[in-house]
Design a protein. Structure first.
Length: 344
């Protein structure tokens, strides 16, 4: 049995030690008011419920007998991570703005490689970091919730971006690879502007959020297709590029591109290609896709919900899975879909 509840008011009577409460930032005060009655949860940018997007509200996820345990871990201490031998899947909610998340999930890949791993990054839709993971009456930063599950699930992911320019490499980085200071020994921002100018066939003097949303970076030496590295900000003084997830020094990168038509086409193609219907579907859709789709984000959520009888989730700040790789990867600008029960 699975029970999913969406509500504009705090559904206290539906909460217990094996439920997860997702909620938007405006609900934080109410959660703190009843903090001793809530076991585990997280702040997310937007909620998804039955094909619709919600800017405000609560979402209760109750997987009942599927849940073995819900635990809190520090992203700074991966070697303290452990789980039950009975677990077949691990569902994570993690601080999407933590610089330690790539490190944590990479370090635990060895012990989770035989499990289904999936999850999403949590936090503010206003692109700033703060304690957003809730556990036993407190909010935590640089942390994650790990929900151990008894079953395997159907996992799929896709994005719709294509390579426009390759290849180049970061030659100076900081913040665990989340800030690129130099590309090919030139200031990173200047090199990025140069490539964009070449593609757009006009000189680009300044880089707006609209530009770097449509032109993210990507790893080209990636056997499951292109892995997107989302640009979340630029620093004009340092002439640097800030990323949602880290890159390694000298790692080969490419410049990617998609407009809203490309993303909607990818949605339609994915649904047409993947006919497996599941009763319940967990959706992790990258929050930064909304910057490209704008009002059409509602259309995307409606489209990718079609293979699920009941669907729920949130716009995430990083999408986590080990699908087909045996190692944990945090994706960006990606739709991660998890089917919980196959329809007969």
């Amino acid at each position: 049995m699975i029970n999913i509840i969406f509500s504009n008011t705090l559904p206290l009577s539906s909460l217990h030690k094996k439920t997860i409460l997702l909620f938007t930032e405006d609900k934080k005060g109410e959660v703190l008011k009843y903090k001793n009655k809530i076991f585990a949860g997280a702040i997310v940018p937007y909620l998804i419920y039955n094909g619709k997007l919600y800017k405000s509200g609560y979402l209760v996820i109750d997987l009942f007998e599927n849940v073995l345990k819900i635990s809190l871990f520090s992203l700074k201490e991966p070697f303290k991570f452990k789980f039950s031998k009975k677990a077949k899947s691990l569902f994570f909610l993690f601080d999407g703005f933590s610089i330690f998340s790539d490190y944590f999930f990479s370090c635990i890949s060895g012990i989770t490689k035989f499990l289904n791993v999936f999850g999403g990054g949590c936090g503010s839709r206003f692109y700033y970091g703060f304690p957003n993971i809730f556990f036993k009456g407190k909010f935590y930063e640089d942390a994650c919730l790990a929900c151990e599950l008894k079953k395997n699930f159907f996992i799929n992911l896709f994005h719709g971006f294509k390579v426009k320019y390759a290849s180049f490499s970061p030659t100076k980085i900081s913040s665990y690879g989340r800030e690129i200071l130099e590309i090919n020994y030139e200031p990173a921002l200047e090199y990025y502007k140069k490539i964009i100018s070449k593609i757009e066939k006009k000189y680009i003097n300044s880089i707006s959020r609209d530009i770097f949303s449509r032109y993210p970076l990507g790893l080209i030496s990636y056997r499951k297709g292109v892995l997107i590295k989302d640009i979340i900000d630029i620093n004009k003084e340092r002439k640097s590029i800030k990323l949602a997830s880290g890159v390694a020094l000298y790692e080969p990168l490419s410049l990617l591109f998609a407009n809203k038509e490309d993303l909607i086409f990818a949605d339609k193609y994915f649904i047409e290609k993947n006919k497996i219907k599941t009763k319940y579907g967990f959706i992790f859709s990258c929050f930064s896709r909304k910057e490209i789709l704008k009002k059409d984000m509602k259309k995307e959520i409606s489209l990718i919900s079609k293979n699920f009888d009941i669907n729920f989730g949130f716009l995430s700040i990083g999408e986590l899975t080990n699908l087909g790789l045996g190692r944990n990867i945090i994706y960006n600008k990606t739709n991660l879909l998890v089917g919980l029960e196959k329809c007969s």
